[in-house]
Ligand binder design. Sequence first.
Ligand SMILES: Cc1cc2nc3c(=O)[nH]c(=O)nc-3n(C[C@H](O)[C@H](O)[C@H](O)COP(=O)(O)O)c2cc1C
Length: 341
Amino acid sequence: MNNTFNHLISIAPMVDKTDRHFRYFARLLTKKTLLYTEMITAQAIINGDKKKLLDFNPFENPIALQIAGSNPEELYKAVKIAEEWNYDEINLNAGCPSDKVSGNMMGASLMAYPELIAEMISSMKSATKKPVTVKHRIGISSSKVISSFMPYGSFNDFNHLSDFMSIINKAAPDRNILHARIAILEGLSPKENREIPPLDYAMVYTIKKEFPNSIIEINGGIKTLDDIHHHLTHVDSVMIGREAYSNPAFIARFDSFYDSKPTGQLTRRAIIEGFIPYIKDLEIKGENTHLALSHILGLFQNQSGSTMWKRLISTPSNGTKSSLLSDALASLPQDVLDKEL
Ligand SMILES: Cc1cc2nc3c(=O)[nH]c(=O)nc-3n(C[C@H](O)[C@H](O)[C@H](O)COP(=O)(O)O)c2cc1C
């Protein structure tokens, strides 16, 4: 295996959420967790503004770039271009059910063509020495996507998933990330398809048993430290999306899975003080701070001071947001600010 670090937990790729601002913020809360970019298409990397799409702050490391595509040559080119940015891992998206993505034969619809996924992984691996991983579902259902592998427009059983894994594993991906619910390609929005149909963790655990040499990461609905503990007794690693985004205090506990010694006092005050220079820097560069601040709205989730915090972040002000944040440290509930996360 080509994994360069001892990996247990990642924060999932999420379009409009896991941008460079969120990742900087998340890195204040965890040193070890692998952070993912938003999904970027291979074509955008090849034809678009590469700096805008690929630049990140070295503070964000370790970081994985997620690419969507369906053409092995384009994926090769995109990965070659991204080499200059030195991401720690490159990931192929084979799990997104969005029409925009799956309708273009990217994302989850690729699961009907495991040979093509294998070809893409091989192609990506030939463009980099970094780990190349793949994120997919445990099955798909579609009335439109038909292939020799999926002649009835769906697969939703263990044998089919096992065949799928055997085929894509010929390309030896460095990790398989399985979102533990099938993708439904028509009739549900991507948002609905993150709640429906139900998760099937047992299917992922059984895959790990059947493919003991594959590194298997589980994703979907993981919300508590107990959940993480439990999954890690069955699979190699876990990926957490929405709960990490909406409740950042959860992220602060992730490093405890790596070593038993405390990683130092992590408090909301320390996190805010760490983020103020970042916001100040955006202000100096004339960048809009609104987007960056939108990612930290959940810092006081379920705590007193939450309403005040959200109002402070969201309301336009005459002064700079960085000084507003500094001033807020005096008015927010001091016990919540100084409580260890
Ligand atoms: C707003 C949003 C955007 C997402 N964008 C992506 C994406 O770009 N690539 C991807 O593979 N999955 C994407 N996902 C799916 C997540 O990576 C993850 O698989 C899903 O949310 C299930 O994990 P969770 O229950 O921990 O949130 C997105 C999810 C959300 C909520």
